[in-house]
Ligand binder design. Structure first.
Ligand SMILES: [Zn+2]
Length: 107
């Protein structure tokens, strides 16, 4: 997880308390040549991304699209707004907590 605040990337530690305040914004990346490349396909209609269209001999994409999410949050240690950049597995954990009865409250 990365925290982006005022254009700077902050360190995340397990004691940090964040309050999620926006819906997640999904975007996709490709792992390419040891880098994370943002997918340029918008997900509507035919993909216009070169890496999405890069197929193996069986017509399968070589560089799969990997979803990531931006979520707006308040960092409770500084009471300031920040954007967190999370993987799909962390997104699923947050979503499961959100739908768990009796856990997620407005406080
Ligand atoms: Zn792509």
């Amino acid at each position: 997880m990365k925290i982006i605040s005022g254009g700077k990337e902050l360190k995340m530690d397990e004691t940090k308390v964040l309050r999620i305040i926006t819906k997640p914004y999904r975007y996709n990346i490709h792992h390419f040549a040891n880098n994370d490349i943002r997918c340029s396909a918008n997900g509507v209609g035919l993909p216009s991304c070169y890496l999405c269209n890069y197929l193996d001999d069986y017509g399968r994409p070589i560089y799969e699209r990997i979803p990531r999410f931006y979520v707006g949050a308040i960092d409770r240690s500084t009471e300031s707004y920040c954007i967190i950049d999370i993987t799909e597995s962390i997104f699923r954990q947050i979503r499961d907590l959100y739908f768990e009865k009796g856990w997620a409250t407005n406080s």
